[in-house]
Write a protein that binds this ligand. Structure first.
Ligand code: OAA
Ligand code: MG
Length: 387
């Protein structure tokens, strides 16, 4: 088989929401289609990819470097031993040729978009959902049938007062979620704690509400918020400080008994190794949120999981960022602890298949080959309109 064509485009997901660090007023993503000459049940196999929110479209890196390498590669050099499917590890090595180590920057996002599309192809050629393929290749053969998801939102939004936040949380519960997440750190502690209390009034059990500071705080503020949050017992306290400030994370873990979470802005297995070595994170409670598409794709995510295992961490402590179907398949196939979901923001890239509504906080994997994008009409419309 061979790749016959590659199309890439930039799509806006701009909105007027903000977290403690950034506004999403100019947010966009790269979308990608990789066409092949493979056919399954008479249909051409096409793989789709996109990056999740928080990092911008990667058009320049994709066009000028990574896709060129893929297009210039000898077709046979990309195949697995059977010769009838792509090998994601060989594709990864091809697109990463002549890249120095370190300095991961956003190169990892461009490569992640390609990797997502390649795994979509590989699972389609095998005629299986990606979750099943992963369980067979890397697990005990059985994927989790349903994945625990939580509704991420609670952004700062002009004109959205406490009542608006409560309505948003109620909306998530009505949609079938039992757990949610909200932003903190965009206003001072004495204004944020009433927001947390208001959300808790709706969500109920504090173990069902996580809070996310998006890396906003210095050590002192991180600890002040920790003290403010401690009496509530929220599900987790996310990205208190800069994602690469492992000393801050360690001091937070020493100070705050509740679960913390971080990792969505770690883009390599080397970064994850450093977090686990130096960040003081506790395998019995803390949550790791690396997002496979932002961090060089599933090929690299498997290396991250190796770093976890070496250090006695269970993959169940991983709940990836990003709210996309790729991470949902990975969570089911590799038996992670759950997956993020964005029911109301970043559409149509957030959310899962049309045929698998969230029920009691769980979502199933549709019985479709690949990642399952074909079971998400609004997303396919975007792919077809641009690619
Ligand atoms: O607001 C963002 O950048 C998204 C985020 O942190 C999350 O989903 O955890
Ligand atoms: Mg976050």
């Amino acid at each position: 088989m061979r790749i016959t064509d590659i199309k890439e485009a930039r799509v806006s997901i701009a909105s007027d929401i903000a977290n403690a660090y950034i506004s999403f007023a100019k947010m966009d993503v790269s979308i990608l289609a990789i066409y092949t000459d493979a056919k399954v049940d008479g249909r051409q196999v096409v793989g789709y990819g996109f990056n999740s929110n928080g990092r911008y479209a990667q058009s320049g890196l994709l066009r000028e470097r990574f896709l060129l390498r893929l297009q210039e590669a000898d077709a046979a050099s990309l195949l697995d031993d059977s010769g009838r499917n792509l090998d994601p590890f060989k594709v990864w090595a091809t697109v990463m040729a002549n890249e120095k180590p370190g300095g991961h920057g956003e190169r990892s996002v461009a490569v992640g978009v390609i990797d997502m599309a390649i795994w979509d192809i590989v699972a389609k050629v095998e005629n299986k959902p990606l979750a099943q393929l992963l369980a067979e290749r890397y697990g005990d053969g059985e994927a989790d049938r349903r994945v625990s998801v939580y509704a991420a939102g609670g952004y700062y939004h002009p004109g959205k007062e406490i009542r608006g936040l409560q309505e948003e949380m109620r909306d998530y519960l009505d949609m079938g979620y039992v757990a949610t997440k909200m932003k903190i750190g965009g206003v001072p502690l004495d204004e944020d704690l009433p927001r947390v209390e208001a959300a808790l009034e709706v969500v109920g059990d504090p173990s069902r509400l996580a809070v996310d500071a998006n890396g906003r705080f210095d050590l002192q503020t991180a600890l002040q918020f920790a003290d403010g949050l401690a009496p509530y017992g929220v599900r987790w306290y996310e990205e208190a400080g800069d994602p690469l400030d492992y000393a801050l994370q360690r001091q937070l873990c020493e100070h705050y008994a509740g679960p913390t979470a971080t990792g969505e802005n770690l883009f390599s297995h080397q970064d994850v190794r450093n977090l686990l070595r130096h960040g003081g994170m506790r395998p019995d409670r803390d949550i790791l949120q690396m997002d496979p598409v932002l961090s060089y794709g599933l090929v690299e995510y498997l290396r991250m999981l190796d770093e976890l295992r070496i250090r006695g961490w269970s993959p169940r402590q991983c709940i990836p960022h990003g709210g996309h179907q790729f991470a949902l398949n990975i969570a089911a196939g590799l038996k992670l602890g759950g997956n993020e979901s964005y029911p109301r923001v970043f559409a149509p890239f957030g959310g899962f298949a049309d045929s698998t509504p969230v029920e009691e906080g769980l979502v199933a994997i549709p019985d479709r080959p690949g990642i399952g994008f074909e079971d998400k009409a609004e997303l396919m419309k975007v792919f077809h309109a641009h690619l």
